[in-house]
Design a protein around this ligand. Sequence first.
Ligand SMILES: Nc1ncnc2c1ncn2[C@@H]1O[C@H](COP(=O)(O)OP(=O)(O)O)[C@@H](O)[C@H]1O
Ligand SMILES: [Mg+2]
Length: 367
Amino acid sequence: MAGITIKDVSKNYGGKSEGAALSGLNLEIRDNTFVTLLGPSGCGKTTTLRLIAGYLVPDTGSVHVGSRLVSSPDNVVPPERRGMGMVFQNYAVWPHKTVFENVVFGLRIRKVPMEQARAQVEKALALVNLTGLGNRLPSELSGGQQQRVALARSLVVEPEILLLDEPLSNLDAKLREKMRSELKQLQRRTGITFVYVTHDQAEALALSDQIAVMHGGLLQQFGTPHEVYAKPANRIVADFMGLVNLLPGRVQVLAGKQGLVVTPGGMNLELDVPDGTKLGDEVEVAIRPEDVTLRAAAQGTAGNGTIRELTFLGNIIEYFVTLGSGEELRVQAHPSQHFETGQRVAIAIDAAHCNVFPRAVPARLAA
Ligand SMILES: Nc1ncnc2c1ncn2[C@@H]1O[C@H](COP(=O)(O)OP(=O)(O)O)[C@@H](O)[C@H]1O
Ligand SMILES: [Mg+2]
């Protein structure tokens, strides 16, 4: 098996002034891990995958598989000689061929003898839980089973690396979740290095050993699911990895890494501030909805927020709380904790789980 080293890779499709699809990407994907490229549409995920696969030539930089150089601006090893399999969103199984015929295709091209090919197809079908369905036509299979045929087709050639581009996005929610856990098990069982592309952060969190969060052709952070969720490198990552409130504040007291940040509404938050923060700096505090606790404020006393809206979601109730300063805070509470619209509430924030970022100054205000 093999890991992948991506060094300083850039790709510009030659479009006008829009900038590169991918800029200076550095990524070390370890052997036998499940790595996800995560980010919004257009951020460069598919471009990265196609560069790894050998379908695109990088403008700069290099891609290594293990110690073998497979891509550089003047030499690209063709896709079929990289020991990689690829699975796409529109899984494109041939409708008039049986499951067996679909899966055996890659082996036919490689002129593998029929006896051996049969054994390899059996093995691949077993890996994706399709044993015994080799004679079916795709139309006789469910959507999830068809997607598994596509998986088996890429597994049958026994790749060291499997590249998957949003493979579950055509499936309904229930099936997606089931396939999610099957994919994870498949990676564990085979030891194949998986590079998985999605724009769905829940999927990325559930599946990955490590997540590369991308935005605007740039890698924003590479870390474990826990790291990118709990310790986002910047506000782009914080915002993309689940729900977050971004409250403005000013650093009023500073002692080493510890700062006291005061919000316009007068909330005092003791927080770890980023390196280089100075007294008086304007910052943004990223607060997850689950890190806020509400308490009923006694009648007549000044609570520090008012419930504007609530949504019952079964396992949680989501509250939108208007602060005295006019900002709004999204809060998730256990359904046993019930407040009414218009009710005054006191707000407690678990500052240990919050993150502080320098406040972005709007361009027109910057000197
Ligand atoms: N073949 C292409 N020609 C020109 N521009 C492209 C091409 N493919 C992708 N792009 C552009 O490159 C950027 C990154 O695209 P892509 O890697 O497909 O993003 P993602 O997979 O994250 O949605 C986008 O701005 C997209 O419009
Ligand atoms: Mg894409």
